[in-house]
Write a protein that binds this ligand. Structure first.
Ligand code: SF4
Ligand code: SF4
Length: 337
């Protein structure tokens, strides 16, 4: 079983973390069964967020009995310092614990620092002094901000989307985090469902000893797959490198990652799915996306009022309304074939 230490945090865990965003979509007992199975098979790092509806509650329900043998990372998206405290107290209560191992600012628009006038970083320090949190982390989808956080020396972990679709710049950033002793928590290792070869995704990330992937798990077969890779890691051999190169070339660089940071849309367009429909119908089993319901969701793109909220909030700099229009056009052609 591969172990790793997350930067200088002193957190040593199995090199597979449990990403607890998807357990929002399943029942409490089913989630508890998955969480237990993960723990019983050596997974001890669980990443959640106050923003993930009942994910924290499910972790508290399932794992409070083994609290001292696991590490919990959660996140706050608070807009004010008072909210920081109320969210932290809610998280502690739902997680049935009196401390959080890694408390992270959840994709903030700026890098909180002491003396910046917001009081956020000071609140983190105070929470640490009170023993309510043990390490300070940050998550972000923007490379420039993640870099700023790394170089600031203020963060013990950084959570960033990292998969084999990473650019050379992103790989350099991950290596820089290693030099700085910062633990890199990798989210979106399957790029929001666009990477369908999980063995290749695993093999790629396995070569970075400072990177802890948190696999988003909703189904038992997904958990079983990663547990099997843990026992018999897929090799990053020439064949696997060729698969990765082919997949990277097919996706290009300006594709929607499905992160949802462009929401809400005033016209309720399901942007994170609609803006990558062309890829989904070709890479995932298409049937689910050709239903009446999805045809209706895609038609809603025509109602776009070009307010540019999505474009201005996309961390990947995508021209989202244009991407939606392209996807709708392609979807219609695909459906009439
Ligand atoms: S530009 Fe269109 S798709 Fe984007 S948020 Fe506005 S209405 Fe929604
Ligand atoms: S358009 Fe941008 S912000 Fe919206 S889901 Fe896609 S990648 Fe994320």
């Amino acid at each position: 079983m591969a172990q790793m230490t997350l930067g200088k945090t002193g957190i040593t865990v199995n090199k597979n973390g449990f990403g607890a965003l998807p357990i929002q979509r399943i029942g409490r007992d089913e989630a508890a069964r998955l969480l237990h199975k993960a723990f019983d098979n050596g997974i001890t790092f669980f990443d959640t967020a106050r923003f993930y509806t009942d994910s924290e509650e499910k972790i508290g329900y399932a794992l409070s009995g083994v609290r001292d043998r696991i590490f919990i990372a959660t996140k706050t998206m608070s807009a004010k310092v008072e909210e920081f405290w109320s969210q932290l107290h809610t998280s502690l209560k739902l997680l049935k614990t009196d401390y959080i191992d890694v408390y992270q600012f959840h994709n903030p628009a700026f890098c909180p620092k002491p003396g910046d006038g917001t009081g956020f970083y000071e609140a983190m320090l105070e929470a640490k002094a009170q023993g309510k949190i043990r390490r300070i982390g940050i998550t972000n989808h923007r490379l420039a901000l993640a870099r700023e956080a790394a170089e600031s020396g203020l963060y013990e972990t950084i959570q960033y989307p990292f998969s084999f679709l990473a650019t050379d710049e992103e790989i350099a950033f991950v290596n820089r985090c290693r030099e700085l002793g910062i633990g890199l928590i990798a989210m979106k290792a399957l790029s929001g469902g666009l990477i369908t070869n999980s063995a290749a995704a695993y093999a790629f990330l396995n070569q970075f000893d400072n990177v802890l992937p948190i696999w988003g798990i909703q189904r038992e077969r997904e958990l079983d797959e990663f547990l099997a890779y843990d026992k018999n890691p897929p090799a990053l051999d020439e064949k696997m490198r060729a698969v990765i190169a082919q997949d990277k070339a097919a996706l290009g660089s300006s594709f929607c990652r499905g992160c949802g940071y462009c929401l809400p849309c005033p016209k309720n367009i399901e942007i994170p799915t609609c803006a990558r429909m062309s890829l989904l119908i070709r890479r995932a089993p298409a049937a689910a996306y050709l239903s009446e319901e999805w045809q209706g969701n895609m038609r809603r793109i025509e109602e776009c009022v070009h307010c540019d909220h999505c474009k201005n909030h996309c961390p990947y700099g995508l021209d989202t309304p244009a991407l939606l229009a392209e996807n709708l056009k392609d979807y219609r052609t695909f459906i009439t074939k």
